[in-house]
Design a protein around this ligand. Structure first.
Ligand code: NAP
Length: 252
């Protein structure tokens, strides 16, 4: 929000956004962040139906329109339908945030073909087919696509190779789409470091992770939301970029 004297300007007023995986955790923070800037927001969900309804209510309480839409984005037809339903319910699409992902520990010797396909299907295929449909839906008006990558796109984690590969692919998807969709659509990525650990993550491991971050602590989902809002509002000459929100982790 920009302040002009006592008046607060909501920079995304009148814009329509879709956040995949927007019901819970980081996606929910992104959806709320966009709504605080005035955007109407559709959230995509897969299994979290009750949380999606609750998040949609919280979005409406901020004074914007909201829709909770179910889709398994690993299925290209459902990814496309998620975009067309957003347009049907909210009238248009200006901003797509590809946030939905799966994060699974997959040591090399134990990884199954099904795990590989699932990780690629959601993290990369879902983002690709949502973006393909969004590019069509945005039409000549143009818009913004913002991908949620990860520090793991550029740092190797031996027990999470398929996840890292999917996020590295998302970085190249960001660059490829930026080149293919210019000048009408700007495509950028946010690369979070640790902002929200899985529930029950051991305290000792949590502290070990923090010790390796120059800022000495984990980030917050709202840090990611702020970076997404930046890409949603920044000059259109910024495209094809990756902004790491990681407390300096990738600087080392
Ligand atoms: N948490 C962190 O510290 C962190 C760090 C770096 C990067 N990131 C990235 O930030 C994003 C959000 O992270 P998070 O921790 O909030 O993730 P999360 O808790 O694992 O949530 C993932 C979201 O993806 C959705 N999803 C999973 N499979 C899906 C499918 N087949 N179809 C549609 N939606 C599907 C889930 O929807 P349902 O719940 O409705 O099934 C959920 O909303 C991810 O891209 C993640 O890689 C997170």
């Amino acid at each position: 929000m920009t302040s002009h004297g006592s008046r607060q300007v909501k920079e995304l007023a009148g814009k329509i956004a879709l956040v995949t995986g927007g019901a819970v955790r980081v996606g929910r923070a992104i959806a709320l962040g966009l709504a605080r800037q005035g955007a109407d927001v559709a959230i995509g969900y897969h299994r979290s139906a009750a949380a999606a309804r609750a998040t949609a209510d919280d979005l409406r309480a901020l004074g914007v329109r909201a829709a909770a839409l179910r889709a398994d984005i690993a299925r290209p037809a459902e990814a496309r339908r998620l975009v067309s339903e957003t347009v049907r319910r909210l009238g248009r699409l200006d901003i797509l945030v590809n946030n939905a992902a799966v994060f699974v520990r997959t040591p090399l010797a134990e990884t199954t073909p099904a795990q590989w396909e699932h990780l690629m299907g959601v993290n990369l295929g879902g983002a690709f087919f949502c973006s393909q449909a969004a590019a069509r839906a945005m039409g000549r008006r143009g818009g913004r696509i913002i991908n949620i990558a990860d520090v793991g796109a550029v740092r190797a984690w031996p027990a999470y190779i398929p996840y890292g590969v999917s996020k590295a692919g998302l970085v190249m998807l960001t660059r490829g789409l930026a080149a293919a969709l210019a000048p009408r659509i700007q495509v950028n990525a946010v690369g979070p470091g640790v902002v929200l650990l899985p529930e029950g993550f051991p305290k000792a491991s949590r502290e070990r992770l923090s010790a390796r971050i120059p800022m000495g602590r984990h980030g917050d989902p709202d840090d990611v939301a702020a970076a997404v809002c930046f890409f949603a509002t920044c000059p259109d000459y910024v495209t094809g970029q990756i902004l790491f929100v990681d407390g300096g982790a990738t600087a080392m």
